[in-house]
Design a protein around this ligand. Structure first.
Ligand code: ATP
Length: 462
């Protein structure tokens, strides 16, 4: 179907317990959101699916969980203290602040310009100041003394925790190259651009992997390295459609041109999604070369190298980095899964068509009605199901409304306990229940004795 508008999905996400604006009772807080009971499951499922693809299913990648706050020199070596900024301009009339690159790209609306071609304030046409570099890293103080030596930074990416642990992982795990180290954790950026929901927030979870490879024989012509990079680019795009279930027609790859490349990269390709406001980055795959290991080696005085048995030399590995955003992926999944269609009775139903692996609630157990004879059997079924999958039990309102509620939160299967299960008054039941499929709305009857197997076939078909 056509993309839903953003407000529809933002409102459903709030109403049904996925994502709330943070601190709403205080009027909210810039670009900050909280994840509700369903949002936290959604996030966890996406993170687990990423971890499974990147770590569990591969022999050449291991995991890591590095500290968030660490030695500030980490961010000096990485170039973030000097380079990690956005060009900001202020309106001299209304004092509003804008990111110049986003303003030029039309993010604040159509760009009007003065006679010399300089952009003007999108609010009131006022003159803008010259751009100033604004560092996106949050600073904090470590220890009791407020002085510059105690300054530390909140991490704006997870990658550096991986680079500084490269040698630890290599030696403790007795690994050879190529070796990937994966990490999924929170990052922080003092973003000033308007939020667009969870697309851009001050704190966000990243899922990053640094893939360490032998350096190319010819630095100017790193053919094999670039071939590996191409493979990662494709693999990461395919992950969104094949594992997460995003419509492949709304995904594209966009290589960066030379001016756009970060200071550490010789090539970057973004996996982009067609958001309601246009194409936007979901993940970046970057050729970080030996930049980070070399810089950490220089500043720390502790060279970070690998002993290549073939050449008999210590070499600095070259790195390929797929860096994904968990919160943006949540936004994409909610937007992409949203469907409006007609139900059995020709009435509108809203369905979130999540892949079962991603769905927050896998099974809902519903007695046909709130009835004393149905309850014990329904509770018994619920106890069987909830041990294995995130499940809900719901007996309020009509069965049709309860199906609608489960459709709206993307529950793949509903199990209904009815009078055939328990038997009419004075009659024995047949101990069977129905399984209703969210997408087809088709119901099949299965004996309770076979229920776990029947659900597993539908939910975890691996
Ligand atoms: P953008 O250009 O949109 O600011 P970026 O190129 O700076 O993003 P990277 O540094 O490549 O982003 O980070 C990797 C991923 O982390 C992004 O693709 C995105 O999914 C996520 N990400 C980055 N910044 C934010 C943010 N402020 N809020 C939510 N997710 C973010």
């Amino acid at each position: 179907m056509a993309a839903p508008d953003l407000e529809t999905v933002v409102s459903l996400a709030k109403r049904r317990g996925f994502i709330y604006p943070s601190a709403e009772i205080y009027g909210g807080f810039a670009n900050t959101y909280d994840y509700g009971p369903l949002g936290v499951e959604l996030k966890r499922n996406i993170r687990n699916a990423w971890w499974k693809s990147m770590v569990q299913d591969r022999d050449d990648v291991v995991g890591l969980d590095a500290a968030l706050i660490s030695n500030p020199n980490v961010w000096v070596a990485s170039g973030h203290v000097a380079n990690f900024g956005d060009p900001l301009v202020d309106c001299k009339k209304c004092n509003s602040r804008f990111r110049l690159d986003h303003l030029e790209e039309g993010d604040y609306g159509p760009v009007s310009r003065d006679a010399s071609g300089k952009p003007l304030c999108p609010n009131d046409g006022g003159e803008l100041t010259e751009p100033r570099q604004f560092n996106l890293m949050f600073k904090t103080q470590v220890g009791p003394v407020e002085e510059s030596s105690s300054i530390a930074y909140l991490p704006p990416e997870t990658a550096q925790g991986i680079f500084i642990n490269f040698e630890n992982v290599l030696t403790s795990m007795r690994r050879k190259l190529p070796l990937g180290i994966a990490q999924a954790r929170t990052s922080f950026r003092n973003e000033i651009t308007p939020g667009r929901w969870v697309f851009r927030t001050l704190e966000f979870d990243q899922m990053e992997m640094e893939y360490f490879t032998l350096p190319p024989k010819d630095r100017e012509n790193p053919t094999e390295y670039l071939a590996m990079y191409d493979q990662w680019v494709e693999a990461r795009r395919d992950w969104y459609s094949e594992v997460v279930g995003v419509d492949p027609g709304r995904l594209r790859l966009r290589p960066h041109d030379a001016e756009e490349l970060s200071h550490y990269s010789i090539g970057t390709t973004d996996v982009e999604y067609l958001f309601p406001w246009g194409w936007g980055e979901l993940e970046g795959v970057a050729c970080r070369t030996d930049f980070d290991l070399t810089e950490h080696g220089k500043l720390s005085g502790h060279p970070l190298t690998y002993f290549d048995e073939e050449s008999g030399q210590h070499v600095v590995p070259w790195v390929i980095e797929p860096a994904a955003g968990l919160n943006r992926t949540c936004a994409v999944i909610l937007l992409d899964a949203y469907h409006e269609e007609l139900d059995e009775k020709g009435e509108k139903r809203v369905v979130l068509k999540f892949n079962p692996a991603i769905a927050p609630i896998k099974v809902a157990v519903l007695p046909l009605s709130k009835n004393a004879r149905l309850q014990p059997a329904a509770q018994r079924v619920y106890e069987i199901v909830r041990k294995r999958w995130m499940s809900q039990y719901d007996e309020t309102q009509s069965i049709g409304r309860r199906y609608r509620r489960q459709d709206e939160i993307g529950t793949p299967l509903c199990v209904t306990v009815d009078f055939q299960t328990v038997g009419e008054e004075g009659q024995p039941g047949d101990e069977s229940v129905t399984i209703r499929d969210r997408d087809t709305q088709v119901q099949v009857r299965v004996p309770i004795a076979n229920l776990v197997e029947a659900l597993r076939d539908r939910l975890d078909p691996v």
